[in-house]
Design a protein around this ligand. Structure first.
Ligand code: OGA
Ligand code: NI
Length: 419
């Protein structure tokens, strides 16, 4: 994950999220010269500066202490300028490219048609093309009831409206807990903060079969989030079944899908992106790919998600009631590169707060994932990725390599020369 301290966020990856994107700011604490150089070239940065360096420093310290309380708190306080800690270097700001703002209508996967034996083959083709070309698609007629999706969005809104002291009860530096409230990615270490507060809810293994709720989750969201998580997991299994049929040409039920039905990992992040005073200077979430097999994103009617497509950032038009689904690193590896785990990021805006719920699904952390044996043969289709498990990921991010490229890139095997 750009900007985040890779070492301490590593354990989060166990929970499927926030695969790393190497760039210079992936370094947890950039060298002094680098921050200074970035700061001195920041457009608008100077406007935030007072005359005297001393008062400037104390003001900044005060602001930084305030930032720890999160962006909802900042937004509610009525600030009109973006605090220094959120100002990204010019090259990373959202409006720097010419084509910024172009919209993307994601390929639509109609589950009613997928469930119709006469139409399934055609839908599988669309699904296959979407995962190859975009790494993203939009699911409609999925059968997850409005009351279930609306319920979790309402519960999310209510949670972020709680007084800060109430939300702060779930703030912890322990990334292994089943509930964690926080801001940015890693507020203690991020070189530049992101304009996002989040509530991370880790599902119990097999909660979907035992119909259990997680007792540690905040009382106000527990029931709605639990009901939503179960419905979401069922949808994940159905999508994986279709994807494996598209990919391998077999109607499975067994194989990986059978395995996932009995053991998988699932985590939800409820993201809150409040209205932001200078949205052109920052991001709600920096460019990243997701670590698991699939991510199912529920969003309200406010746009913000952007997807990298053929070298350009395109804004996904929200389609209320649908899910935006994306291929994660594990599925790119399993498909031996046929399906793409693409970079995406989140923009914020100055008027409309936005809520999203991202559900991350994959194999259990201890399970190794590699290219599907059906897709690999010695000569024509060599494996393009090394086998991977969570321990591999931890080892990777402990190396200097983690600062320069993505985890996915690090798993790529060199292609045999064509001579
Ligand atoms: C994520 C993510 C997008 C959004 O949580 O990994 O990409 O719109 N979220 O919140
Ligand atoms: Ni993501």
């Amino acid at each position: 994950m750009a900007i985040v301290d890779l070492a301490s966020s590593a354990e989060d990856r166990l929970l499927l999220h926030e695969a790393s994107v190497g760039n210079k700011r992936s370094v947890a604490e950039p060298p002094e010269e680098e921050s200074a150089a970035a700061a001195s070239t920041m457009v608008g940065y100077g406007k935030h500066e007072g005359a005297a360096a001393e008062s400037d420093r104390s003001r900044r310290e005060e602001q930084e202490a305030y930032c720890v309380k999160g962006v909802r708190h900042l937004s509610d306080s009525g600030i009109t300028r973006l605090p220094h800690s959120y100002v990204m270097p010019p090259s990373d700001r959202p409006l720097m490219t010419d084509d910024d703002g172009d919209h993307l209508r994601l390929p639509v996967i109609d589950l009613a048609r997928l469930r119709d034996p006469g139409q399934r083959a055609a839908v599988l083709q669309t699904l296959d093309a979407a995962c190859r070309d975009y790494g993203f698609f939009q699911v409609v007629n999925h059968g997850v009831g409005r009351e279930v999706s609306g319920g979790v969005l309402d519960a999310a809104r209510r949670f972020f409206e709680l007084p800060f002291a109430e939300r702060a009860r779930y703030m912890t530096s322990d990334v292994r807990t089943t509930v964690r409230y926080g801001t940015s990615f890693n507020q203690a270490k991020d070189a530049v903060l992101c304009w996002r507060d989040f509530l991370k809810l880790v599902c119990q293994p097999n909660h979907h079969r035992r119909q259990e709720v997680v007792p540690e989750w905040p009382a106000g969201v527990r029931d709605a989030a639990s009901r939503y998580a179960m419905a979401n997991h069922a949808l994940f299994l159905e999508l994986m079944d279709a994807l494996l049929q598209a990919l391998l040409g077999i109607s499975s039920g067994g194989g990986l899908v059978g395995e996932l039905a009995s053991a998988s990992s699932q985590m939800m992040t409820i993201n809150c992106y409040p209205a932001c005073p200078e949205p052109e200077l920052t991001l709600g979430m920096p460019p990243h790919s997701d670590y698991g097999l699939l991510t199912l994103l529920l969003q309200d009617h406010v746009e913000g998600l952007q997807v990298m497509h053929r070298g350009r950032w395109l804004t996904v038009q929200p389609a209320p009631g649908s899910f935006a689904v994306n291929v994660g690193d594990h599925l790119e590896i399993y498909s031996n590169g046929r399906y793409k785990s693409v970079l995406h990021r989140v923009r914020v805006n100055s008027t409309r707060p936005r809520i999203s719920v991202a559900s991350f699904h994959s194999v259990p952390a201890e399970r190794t994932i590699g290219p599907a044996p059906e897709l690999v043969d010695g000569d024509h289709n060599p494996p393009r990725y090394m086998d991977t498990d969570f321990a591999t990921f931890l080892a990777y991010i402990a190396t200097a390599e983690g600062k320069h490229k993505t985890f996915l890139q690090s798993r790529k095997l060199p292609l045999p020369s064509s001579s």
